[in-house]
Write a protein of this length. Structure first.
Length: 102
């Protein structure tokens, strides 16, 4: 691979985030998996809320409300170095005050 080629980001869930998404039921799992796929290509989505020692970035992003599902706030960490870059979804919760579309 040349330096000009971008590496795909390895993106996963913590066990706690996976369980929380399963508990939400409905379309939540599909929506968060769509976000996971998007993070593999574009790992800096949303708003960066901090950087910890070693350069790991903490990000928060939001999914839009969909039929029978409120918008979700998703927190993830992104570690660009060392290669391969990785992202881990650590939390997914319904947005406060967001009503699901019926």
């Amino acid at each position: 691979m040349t330096g000009e080629e971008e590496q795909r980001v390895i993106t996963e869930f913590t066990d706690a985030a996976r369980k929380r998404v399963e508990q939400m039921g409905g379309r939540a799992a599909a929506v968060v998996h769509e976000l996971r796929a998007e993070l593999e290509a574009t790992p800096r989505l949303g708003r960066m809320v901090g950087v910890v020692k070693g350069g790991t970035e903490i990000w928060v992003t939001r999914t839009e409300p969909r039929e029978s599902l409120p918008g979700l706030t998703v927190t993830y960490v992104y570690t660009p170095e060392p290669p391969p870059p990785t992202a881990v979804i650590v939390s997914a919760v319904p947005d406060d005050g967001d009503d699901a579309r019926v």
